[in-house]
Design a protein around this ligand. Structure first.
Ligand code: PBG
Ligand code: ZN
Length: 323
C-alpha cells in the first residue's frame, strides 16, 4: 500500500461532504438583473444576439417588474432604449423622459425593488457616444454637467443607486456633489470604475440599437492595462464611490482580485452581454452544459473577489430555482 500523507480526495467522498467544504456560495440576493425597456414598442422583441433576453415594451414594464420580483429578484439595473435621441442625450434629464418614467413605473409597481439607474448617454445620443462631442472630441467636462442632471432626475424619480457608466474622468465626484446639493445624500453611487473598451459589449450594442460607428478607446480602458485598471478604481474610491465595479468580469478575474486586495469598498462585477451570449450559443450548439456553465462562470467571478454580480442569467436562475 502506498503511504500518502496528503489525500484531498477524502473531502470529496460524497455530496454532503463536498457541500460542507465548498468555499463560496452563490445566492440570488447578491445578483443584479439588467433589463432593457424600450419606448413606443408594440410588443416584446427578442434580442437575437442574446437568446432568451427581450426588449421589454414600456407599457409591459409594470407586468415584467412584478414577474421579476415574484421570481425572488431584489435588484435590477435599468437600461432604456430611446426613440428620442439627439446630439446630447437630453431625454435623460427630462423629468418625463424615458429614464424617469421607467424608474417611476418600477417604484410604483414594486416599491421594495432596489433600482440601479445606469447613468450614461449612448442609448440617447444620435452618434451613440457616451458623452457630448465638441471639436471632434468626447468633451469630458461638458459631459459631467449632463451626467449630474441625469443623476438628479433619476434619483428624484426614485432610483436607489446611481451607476455612472460613461467612463468620464471625475464622474463620481461630480455626481456625488450634485446629489448632495439636491438633498440626496442617502443615494449611493456604484461606479463602473474599471470599465474596459471590450468586444464583449457587442450584443449590448445590438440590443440597445446604439449607433456605434466609432470606438470608445478615448474613454474606456485598454484591456491590456493592469495598473491603469487598478488606478481607475482607486480614483473612484477617492472621489467617494460607495461601491466599485469591474466590467467585463470573466476575462478580467485578475483585475477583480487586484482591486479586491487594494480597497475595503464593496466590489461589483458585470458579466456582460457577450459573456452571456458565449455561454448561450455554446450550450445551444450542444458544446457545454448550460446550467453548469452559468454557475461555474458566476462562481469564478465570486471567487475572484466580487461581492455582487450583474448578470443576464439572474432571472433564468431564479425561475428555474437554481439559486
Ligand atoms: C453604456 C453601457 C454599456 C454596457 C453597460 N452600459 C456599453 C458600452 O459601454 O459600450 C455594457 C453592458 C453589456 O455589454 O452587457 N455605457
Ligand atoms: Zn454609454
Amino acid at each position: 500500500m502506498i503511504n500518502l500523507h496528503q489525500r484531498p480526495r477524502r473531502l470529496r467522498i460524497n455530496a454532503f461532504i463536498r457541500q460542507a467544504f465548498q468555499e463560496i456560495n452563490l445566492s440570488l440576493n447578491k445578483l443584479v438583473f439588467p433589463i432593457f425597456v424600450e419606448e413606443n414598442l408594440s410588443d416584446y422583441q427578442e434580442i437575437t444576439t442574446m437568446p432568451g433576453i427581450m426588449r421589454i415594451p414600456e407599457k409591459k414594464l409594470a407586468y415584467e417588474i412584478e414577474r421579476i420580483a415574484k421570481a425572488g429578484i431584489n435588484i435590477v439595473l435599468l437600461f432604456g432604449i430611446s426613440h428620442h435621441t439627439d446630439d446630447t442625450g437630453s431625454d435623460t434629464w427630462n423629468e418625463n423622459g424615458l429614464i424617469a418614467r421607467i424608474i417611476r413605473t418600477c417604484k410604483h409597481t414594486v416599491p421594495e425593488m432596489v433600482l440601479i439607474s445606469d447613468t450614461c448617454f449612448c442609448q440617447y445620443t444620435t452618434h451613440g457616444h457616451c458623452g457630448i462631442i465638441y471639436n471632434n472630441n468626447i468633451d469630458n467636462d461638458q459631459t459631467l454637467i449632463n451626467l449630474c442632471k441625469q443623476a438628479v432626475v433619476a434619483t428624484a424619480a426614485g432610483a436607489d443607486f446611481i451607476a455612472p457608466s460613461a467612463s468620464m474622468d471625475g464622474q463620481v465626484q461630480s455626481i456625488r456633489k450634485a446629489l448632495d446639493l439636491s438633498g440626496f445624500n442617502q443615494t449611493a453611487i456604484i461606479s463602473y470604475s474599471t470599465k474596459f473598451a471590450s468586444s464583449f459589449y457587442g450584443p449590448f450594442r445590438q440590443a440597445t440599437k446604439i449607433n456605434y460607428e466609432s470606438n470608445r478607446d478615448t474613454y474606456q480602458i485598454n484591456p491590456m492595462n493592469r495598473r491603469e485598471a487598478i488606478r481607475e478604481s482607486l480614483i473612484d474610491m477617492n472621489e467617494g464611490a460607495d461601491a466599485l465595479m469591474v466590467k467585463p468580469a470573466g476575462a478580467y478575474l485578475d483585475i477583480l482580485r487586484d482591486i479586491r486586495e487594494k480597497t475595503e469598498l464593496p466590489l461589483a462585477a458585470f458579466q456582460v452581454s457577450g459573456e452571456y451570449s458565449m455561454i448561450k450559443f455554446a450550450s445551444k450548439a450542444g458544446a457545454i452544459d448550460e446550467n453548469k456553465a452559468i454557475l461555474e462562470s458566476l462562481g469564478s467571478i465570486k471567487r475572484a473577489g466580487a461581492d455582487i454580480i450583474f448578470s443576464y442569467f439572474t432571472l433564468d436562475l431564479a425561475e428555474k430555482k437554481l439559486l
